[in-house]
Design a protein. Structure first.
Length: 289
């Protein structure tokens, strides 16, 4: 099947892209890596009047460190992130998660901003954004605003972004030196979206836990911080009993749906199992960097 006819624009600046979005009054779609949008167009599930291609805007592709954060232009390719020495040093959780994204051709074209704007709750990047308390900067003709994950993600494939807003930057706080981390996920085949995934970061000395972060992929309509499971670890430490208790609590916190891939009960059990695996692996890595 082929897409319906649409106008095509390749602006050279963010301002020009915003002007086009305004002109089309909500009937235009932004094209970043196209790994999610092109199938939707081909199946005619999306029928925009125009595509606004962001690939010709060089100012939207960069990785830099500033004020204790690693900042990414929204058009930064996943492949660039995967092999960035700065990301590997300061955000190793993101490096590990990126290697799990699809296949090489997908990571070569896919972008960090496109993944977050698509808002698939089974994807790796939304879970990492939630786990690390990242911020997404969006721009419109009215100016810029910074969004937390709980503000950005609203439901399956749904964000709070307006029709005239563009994600321009993603900001992730740099991880503490020696922080343990792990991204565990289960999928039916290599490269598939996760049935459930868990992003984990631990800061402490191996037994005591000063900071615990746990976030889900695939366990509900949006990525979810498992704060009450984190509290168990920060209160009781990283003993095997505490890890088991946190994993059980994680399974109680999620509210997954049943679908053709897995039942809600199966996803809850996966949440427990993968949380335990992620915590044990993150604990073993503490102090390595």
């Amino acid at each position: 099947m082929k897409p319906v006819a649409f106008a095509y624009h390749a602006p050279a600046t963010v301002e020009d892209a915003l002007a086009l979005l305004t002109r089309y009054g909500g009937e235009a779609k932004l094209l970043a890596g196209g790994q999610s949008l092109m199938p939707l167009l081909n199946f005619r599930l999306s029928r925009p009047a125009a595509l606004v291609d962001l690939n010709a805007i060089p100012s939207l592709a960069y990785i830099r460190e500033k004020d204790g954060e690693v900042r990414f232009g929204a058009m930064t390719r996943q492949r660039t992130i995967e092999f960035s020495p700065l990301v590997r040093q300061r955000l190793p959780l993101l490096t590990e998660a990126t290697a799990l994204v699809g296949h090489l051709p997908i990571r070569t074209r896919g972008t960090i901003g496109g993944s977050l704007a698509h808002a698939d709750p089974s994807a790796e990047y939304p879970a990492v954004l939630a786990a690390l308390d990242g911020t997404v900067v969006v721009r419109s003709p009215r100016g810029e605003r910074a969004l937390q994950p709980s503000e950005l993600f609203q439901s399956y494939l749904t964000t709070c972004l307006g029709p005239d807003e563009i994600i321009v930057e993603v900001r992730l706080p740099a991880m503490a030196a020696g922080a343990g981390f792990a991204f565990e996920e289960f999928s039916r085949r290599h490269g598939d979206f996760a049935i459930v995934g868990i992003a984990t970061m631990l800061v402490g000395d191996g037994q005591h836990c000063a900071t615990a972060r746990l976030a889900t992929a695939g366990a509900g309509p949006v990525p979810m911080r498992l704060r009450r499971a984190e509290e168990i670890l920060e209160r009781d430490g990283l003993s095997e009993a505490a890890v088991e208790a946190a994993a059980r609590r994680a399974a109680e916190l999620v509210e997954p749906d049943s679908d053709i891939h897995a039942s809600a009960a199966y996803r809850r059990n996966l949440t427990r199992v993968l949380t335990g695996r992620a915590l044990r692996r993150a604990k073993a890595r503490m102090g390595d960097r």
